[in-house]
Design a binder for this molecule. Structure first.
Ligand code: ATP
Length: 269
């Protein structure tokens, strides 16, 4: 099957430092990959590079093919067309995606309208409103009609992340990029959001790139994992293989640390 995303020998550097080195991986349509690594290993920069959003002070070399388009060297128009329909991102902090001064329903509505136009479908106010309420229900927000009228600061962190997920879903993306989407949430809400992402990805048959520093967080949600250390890929494989028999010493240390933590909490993954 043709890959939806192929990253081939991606390197990212500033003038002073090499931040990602020779990274290669691919994701097939509907496949779920976890990108794991400690803080500063280059996970977020990689996810930004996929949609051409690296800071201007950085240069990327190698190749990133997303849904048939070469991202490295692409012009802004091509990139804008990819962002959303090809790949939509959920960030660690939902406020990154939300405008504090706009009611939640209108924000989701803006994306719905753009997506309907992109597909050449009618984007009348009632059509948009119906779709917004559907999306807010799909992310299991209670009383969508009321919540559509509130501002982001009037919601809990978990509710805000659900709205950010609804905005990403509104694009009907082929690839959902989730960059540490549960890190800023309490443990119970983390589990709920993880379950929601897993369910939505299955229902819509989206591909998933799930970025985390925490192996157990991604273990139940992805098929394969790729482990990054200091900007380099150290190991990749099916999630069960990597968890049961990590080949690289760094991966072994991540798995051991996660097991110690889970044992202390009385959980096993
Ligand atoms: N705008 C920037 N300018 C210079 N260096 C940066 C910039 N953004 C990130 N870096 C550096 O690039 C490296 C990789 O950062 P990145 O944010 O991709 O790591 P990460 O694995 O996502 O970590 P975290 O889990 O903490 O988000 C780090 O050493 C970081 O300090």
């Amino acid at each position: 099957m043709t890959a939806l995303l192929t990253v081939d020998r991606l390197s990212i550097a500033t003038q002073a430092r090499q931040l990602v080195r020779n990274l290669s991986f691919s994701i097939a349509p509907g496949e779920r990959l976890g990108l794991i690594g400690e803080s500063g290993s280059g996970k977020s920069l990689t996810s930004l590079a996929l949609i051409g959003l690296l800071p201007e002070t950085m240069a990327a070399t190698g190749s990133i093919r997303l849904d048939g388009t070469e991202v490295i060297g692409a012009g802004e128009r091509q990139l804008v067309a990819l962002r959303g329909p090809a790949a939509a991102t959920i960030f660690q902090e939902p406020l990154t995606a939300l405008d504090p001064l706009m009611r939640v329903g209108r924000q989701v509505g803006e994306v719905v309208r753009r997506r309907l136009r992109h597909e050449g479908l009618p984007s009348s106010a009632p059509a948009v409103q119906t779709r917004v309420l559907e999306l807010l229900s799909r992310v299991a927000l209670p009383d969508p009609e009321r919540l559509a009228r509130v501002y982001p600061h009037e919601m809990s962190g978990g509710q805000r992340q659900r709205v950010a997920i609804a905005m990403a879903l509104a694009w009907r993306p082929k690839l959902l990029v989730a960059d540490e989407p549960t890190t800023a949430l309490d443990v119970t809400t983390q589990a709920e959001i993880l379950a929601l992402i897993g369910q939505l990805v299955r229902e819509d048959n989206m591909a998933l790139l799930f970025i985390s520093h925490d192996i157990p967080v991604v273990a139940g949600t992805v098929d394969r994992v790729a482990v990054l250390r200091q900007g380099e890929l150290v190991e990749a494989g099916p999630v069960s293989d990597v968890l049961q028999a990590p080949a690289d010493p760094y991966t072994r240390s991540l798995v051991a640390a996660a097991r110690t933590f889970d044992t202390a909490l009385g959980r096993l993954f």
